[in-house]
Design a protein around this ligand. Structure first.
Ligand SMILES: Cc1cc2nc3c(=O)[nH]c(=O)nc-3n(C[C@H](O)[C@H](O)[C@H](O)COP(=O)(O)O)c2cc1C
Length: 300
């Protein structure tokens, strides 16, 4: 049985709500936003309240919140209101320290490109420059800004329509798309924690294509209530589109490994051993063979 702490945000102060939300909604991608004001002063700041929300039209949204300290608005928001153009640069591990430096609250006139030592490259369709070191940058037009309040912590959603995409060629895969294995992307979690998407930390979930998974509810009770199988194991089995045919299940009687398991112990221990074997086969990514073994165990 899981135990929970249940919180009502209306009874917490803003800092507590901030902590809970940012620890749970993670890891978040980082938008390194370059903006400019009417006086031509450039600003570069990171924002992890950020994501892609539409690809037609291509739309990214980030949110500079009002400062918790005094409810004042951030330069990036003020700039986007004055000159509705932004370049959103992607952050990988190679520029994470310079990104952190750019988040320091420098006065309005200070150009964070200079402070961080990052290279400004003239954009083609908008005024703010892009970050030369970023693996990818998006020149955007600000379509609208939706303020969510006027207190410290209130967000301001900046809707950015992508006009132009720049990608460093060395991060492209042979098909011409950004390669997650070479990008070395960074995301923000709760407190001061970050995550680095190194090749070892990446994993892939098999796409079942058009085939609809039959669902965990279609598995017999002895499998669903297994003492061995985890939720992930059941989820993997439920992604199969159908049960194995009876002939294939019966054929397992001929397997030496299965015969050996079935020679010793009572029914419960035979089933446990067969479930463990099925779990190993699931780890080797053969869910249909695992299900055959589990169905065989069910029919013992
Ligand atoms: C990784 C990272 C993510 C951040 N995300 C946000 C965010 O989503 N919203 C926000 O208001 N501030 C965020 N900040 C803080 C701003 O970057 C910081 O307040 C910055 O000084 C704002 O600059 P500006 O006033 O020049 O716009 C983040 C800081 C870091 C280091």
């Amino acid at each position: 049985m899981n135990h929970y702490t249940t919180l009502d945000p209306n009874t917490l102060d803003q800092a507590e709500v901030h902590r809970h939300l940012l620890s749970a909604v993670a890891p978040r991608p980082i938008c390194f936003a370059s903006t400019i004001n009417t006086e031509g002063e450039v600003n570069l700041s990171p924002f992890s309240f950020f994501n892609v929300f539409s690809t037609h039209p291509p739309t990214l949204i980030f949110s500079p919140a009002r400062r918790a300290r005094d409810g004042s608005t951030k330069d990036s928001l003020n700039n986007a209101q004055q000159v509705p153009e932004v370049v959103i640069n992607i952050v990988n591990h190679a520029i994470v320290q310079q990104m952190a430096l750019s988040s320091h609250p420098y006065p309005k006139k200070v150009d964070e490109f200079k402070k961080s030592g990052l290279t400004p490259i003239q954009s083609k369709q908008v005024k703010p420059p892009r970050v030369g070191e970023s693996p990818a940058s998006f020149e955007c037009k600000v379509e609208k800004i939706i303020p969510l309040g006027d207190r410290g912590g209130s967000g301001n959603l900046i809707f950015c329509r992508v006009l132009l995409i720049h990608i460093q060629n060395r991060f492209l895969d042979p098909q011409g798309y950004l390669d997650p294995y070479t990008l070395d992307l960074v995301g923000r979690l709760g407190k001061n924690t970050y995550i680095r998407a190194t090749p070892e930390s990446l994993f892939e979930l098999e796409s079942t294509g058009q085939a609809l998974g039959m669902g965990v509810d279609q598995l017999p009770q002895s499998i669903r209530l297994s003492q061995v199988l985890t939720g992930n194991d059941l989820g993997r089995l439920g992604q199969l589109s159908q049960m194995p045919p009876a002939t294939e299940i019966n054929k397992l009687q001929e397997s030496e490994v299965i015969q050996k398991i079935c020679r010793q112990g009572d029914l419960r221990s035979k089933r446990l051993k067969l479930h463990r074997l099925a779990q190993k086969i699931l780890e080797k990514n053969d869910p249909m063979e695992a299900l055959r073994i589990l169905m065989f165990a069910d029919q013992l």
